[in-house]
Design a protein around this ligand. Structure first.
Ligand SMILES: NC(=O)c1ccc[n+]([C@@H]2O[C@H](COP(=O)([O-])OP(=O)(O)OC[C@H]3O[C@@H](n4cnc5c(N)ncnc54)[C@H](OP(=O)(O)O)[C@@H]3O)[C@@H](O)[C@H]2O)c1
Length: 245
C-alpha cells in the first residue's frame, strides 16, 4: 500500500520541475494522479510511464491562465475518477523587474499565472470537495514571500497571495473538513535555476525536486483530522535568505 492509495490528486505544472516530481511521487504512492500543464506531449509520456508501472494517471492539457482550461481539468477529473482528494497548486513562473519600470501587461501575466490560477483551481476543487466533506489543497509557495529577491516584486507579491488563500481556505472550509497547506520552497534545481546543479555547491546549493516532492507527499498523506499548515524547506546555507550579504 502506498501513502496515497485510493486518493485522487491533481498536480498543476506537472510537465517539469517540482510539479513533475510531485505528480510522479504521488502516482508511485498509489494516487490516481491527474497531470496538468500546457505541454501535452510531456504529460502523455509521464502518464504512460506511470501506467507501465501499474499506476493510474491522466494527462489534461491545461493553461492555468485560461478559466476554460481549468473548468475542463476539473470536469475531466470528476468524470474519470468521481472525486478529488488533493489539489497541488504548483504551476508557476518567475520574472523580475523594478517596480517603477514594470508594465501592467507584465504584472497581469504574473498575477494570472501564479495567483489568479490558484484561486480558480482552488474554487473548482472546493466545488468537488465540499459535497465530499473532505479534501486538501497544497500551495507551492516560496521563501520569496518571506524575503524578496532584488526586483522580485511581482513574484513575491504572488507568493504572498498564496499565504492569504491558504489561511482563508482553512478558515472558510473548516466545517466541511477541507484544509489547505503552504509549502515555502527555497532554491531547487529546475528550469528556474540559472546554474547547473553540479556547480551549485555550498551557499549556492540547489535542492533536488524529488526531495521537495517527498515533503509534499508527506503533507498530502496526513490523516483527515490533521494538517501541516505551513512549512518552509530550503538549502541549509541558502545565500539569499539565511544570511544577508
Ligand atoms: N525552482 C525553485 O527554486 C523554486 C523555488 C521556490 C518556489 N518554486 C515554485 O515551484 C513551482 C514550480 O516551479 P519549478 O521550479 O518546478 O519550475 P519549472 O521547472 O519551470 O516548471 C514550471 C511548471 O509549471 C508549468 N507552467 C508554467 N506556466 C503554466 C501555465 N500557464 N499553465 C500551466 N502550467 C504552467 C510548466 O509546464 P508547461 O510549460 O508545460 O505549461 C512546468 O511544468 C512554481 O510555483 C515556483 O514558483 C520554485
Amino acid at each position: 500500500m502506498g501513502q496515497l492509495t485510493g486518493r485522487v490528486a491533481i498536480v498543476t505544472g506537472a510537465s517539469d520541475g517540482i510539479g513533475k516530481a510531485i505528480a510522479n511521487t504521488f502516482a508511485a504512492e498509489g494516487a490516481k494522479t491527474v497531470f496538468a500543464a500546457r505541454s501535452l506531449d510531456k504529460l502523455e509520456a509521464l502518464v504512460k510511464a506511470v501506467k507501465d508501472k501499474g499506476g493510474d494517471a491522466l494527462a489534461v492539457k491545461t493553461d492555468v491562465t485560461s478559466e476554460a482550461d481549468i473548468l475542463n481539468l476539473f470536469k475531466q477529473t470528476k468524470d474519470t475518477y468521481g472525486r478529488l482528494d488533493v489539489l497541488v497548486n504548483n504551476a508557476g513562473m518567475a520574472s523580475g523587474g523594478a517596480t517603477h519600470e514594470l508594465t501592467l501587461e507584465q504584472w497581469g501575466k504574473m498575477m494570472d499565472t501564479n495567483l489568479t490560477s490558484v484561486f480558480l483551481c482552488s474554487r473548482e476543487a472546493l466545488k468537488i470537495m465540499k459535497p465530499q466533506k473532505s479534501g486538501r489543497i497544497i500551495m507551492i509557495g516560496s521563501i520569496s514571500s518571506l524575503t524578496p529577491r532584488p526586483n522580485g516584486v511581482m513574484y513575491t507579491t504572488t507568493k504572498h497571495g498564496l499565504e492569504g488563500l491558504t489561511h482563508s481556505i482553512c478558515q472558510d472550509y473548516r466545517d466541511d473538513h477541507i484544509t489547505a497547506s503552504l509549502l515555502r520552497v527555497g532554491s531547487t534545481a529546475t528550469n528556474f535555476s540559472k546554474i547547473p546543479r553540479e556547480k551549485a555547491v555550498g551557499p549556492e546549493f540547489l535542492m533536488d525536486p524529488m526531495d521537495v516532492a517527498q515533503v509534499v507527499t508527506m503533507m498530502a498523506a496526513q490523516r483527515k483530522e490533521q494538517n501541516i499548515y505551513e512549512l518552509t524547506m530550503l538549502p541549509t546555507e541558502q545565500r539569499s535568505f539565511i544570511a544577508r550579504g
